[in-house]
Design a protein around this ligand. Sequence first.
Ligand SMILES: [Zn+2]
Length: 390
Amino acid sequence: MLCWEIGHRLEEFAAPTRDVTYPALEHLKCFVRSTLHTPSEFRSSTNFPREVSPAAYRMSKPHPYRALKIPKNAPFTLNPSPGKGWGAFATQSINAGTMILVEELLFIIRKAHEAITEIDVGAAVQQLTAQQKNQVLLLRDNASKPFSHMTEAFAENSFAIQDREQLQTRAHGLFLLHSRINHSCVPNCKIPTNNEEHVASYATRDIAVGEELTFCYEGDFELRRRHDRHQRLRFVCDCIACLPNTPYQELSDMRRTLLRGLQYLTLGHDFDGQRQDSNSSIFLHAEWKEAAETFRIPIGTRLACDLLVMVLLEEEGLLDEMMVERLRLTISTSITLFKTGRNAWITRLAMERQTWSAKFGFASRLYGCEDAADAGIVAKLQMLSLLRGR
Ligand SMILES: [Zn+2]
């Protein structure tokens, strides 16, 4: 298992503060571009998008999924997806940011998955209209045979959603069409939020006609390596970031490990809220670890880390507009906090750069620099941590 010394890597990234080029970052980019393919080239070279020949299903009798009701204006249809049963495929070009589908909840069960019984699912189905019941009965196990148990059908086709009445309780809802969309660790769609009424999906990048629509089934996969992701999924994903023994996949693991380390540095804990221990797959120098966990990372270094996160997410194909909006808030807040004139000046010039790579490159001059605001920020973060009981 690869193990990255995050502190060392950051120093390597930030080292060229006296230069206008950033060798480590450029090396990382060149590695992607020269060793294999860019993501778009890779997709075409591996028969992606998975356009399914009509002949592949013309000879078989109509699959039950042909009877699933898709809204007339939806930009996709359901077709067989090699190795995945069935999937949703774009029937028209879809621009980044376009809403794919809003789907109403069929029913909700307010229990943890492991506590849901046949009686629970049966009772919920009984409440449906005859037409809705018929739609539920169309579900197939891996798109081939009817489910033997209703709990299986529900488990494989439901979404975890937030229960409004009891915010701490997870609930699960059935959405027939969205559950047809397959997973990818480098998806082209996203479901930003869901609730008890509906889910809505959006394109995170431009999607070509015939391309399979995908979204990521878990919320923190940008921080997890291939092996870790597959353990969570309980199936082997074959997306561009998961095809084994490829330079792209190895680089993807490196980027996601580095992203996880950067998050640790800025938040002071891992994605599960825990502190790093000897079994952790990330590694921080003891000095860095202690500084992160006591929130003593200087604001200049924090900003460099946050901008490097943007660069890495962009390289990984995960920096969609929704992600930018969320992370830009943290960065925007950070740049208002600098009190040392030189640092504020560098920050302003950095943010005037056009690309995240250029912004990071310029702001890396702040790496390791102290600022007059640091002591106050450390005190506030430590106070917040105490209030949260961490
Ligand atoms: Zn994958």
